[in-house]
Design a protein around this ligand. Sequence first.
Ligand SMILES: C[S@@+](CC[C@H](N)C(=O)[O-])C[C@H]1O[C@@H](n2cnc3c(N)ncnc32)[C@H](O)[C@@H]1O
Length: 302
Amino acid sequence: MLRECLDALNVQSDGIYLDCTIGGGGHSREILKRLKEGKLIGIDKDSDALSHCAEELGGYQNLILQKADFKDAVIVLERLGIDRVDGILMDLGISSFQIDNKQRGFSYMEKDALLDMRMDVSQRLSAYDVVNDYSEGELARILTEYGEEKFAKRIARNIVLKRVNDNIKTAGELVEIIDASLPAAVKRTGGHPAKRTFQAIRIEVNGELEGLSECITSLTRRLNKGGRMAVLTFHSLEDRIVKQTFKELEIDCICPPKTPICICNKKSEVKILTRKPILPSEEEMEENSRSKSAKLRAVEKK
Ligand SMILES: C[S@@+](CC[C@H](N)C(=O)[O-])C[C@H]1O[C@@H](n2cnc3c(N)ncnc32)[C@H](O)[C@@H]1O
């Protein structure tokens, strides 16, 4: 979705851009190529991603890298003395770089990997803590809410039973528990049995949905008129939040229909550029199976 994101951002050579999730720097590199007098602020909460970008994109004098949670992006901008920007990109979730690094514990395919899943390794809470310390009820809630896992209660029950003897340490041990919790018929269809549970735990560990809507709202208020915000999501929970937030920002007066004059003073702040989300091309889905669930939504500041 590289080209689609760049089209949505409509990069101007003298603009100021904010990449909230610089990751491996793929999107940022393309933005930087289009800039002349403009600049790009690249944020990530993963220090490895920032070191990688410092090496790969270090030649660009107009790139400012900042380690931060993008929920603090407004503070980052203030610290840098930047009031307004012309474009903001959020490419949510984890990078291939993170999934492929066995030590980070994001992948259910890496049996021996220790349960971790922290994007920011300086944070305390890890997947190990969630799996070994959360109550059965909390586990079931997370798997239901963040994984939309139908067998959440069974999996949570089996996790709790298993850890009575010894803590659950590796991705492989967790996969075995999930596998034993699902009926055979379910396992025959619909992808890897551990996919939804791993997604749920990752979302919990990294607080991926908390404050996302508020963050999008406050960042759009930092856009110049005509500036764009593009958000790329990879699962329906994130997409729902982005869609709803953009709608709320776009809507004008929210007074009840029969109110004679507006008393709410709500003004439309953005124009939605993507009534339907932009999806990856057939070609991209074939080349990169991870792109299959991607959805891109964008708005323009009024
Ligand atoms: C899908 S990747 C981005 C890939 C990037 N667009 C590229 O072209 O390589 C998402 C990145 O966002 C980072 N990330 C996710 N949530 C974040 C947050 N709340 N604050 C800062 N970084 C975050 C992750 O650490 C990861 O590196």
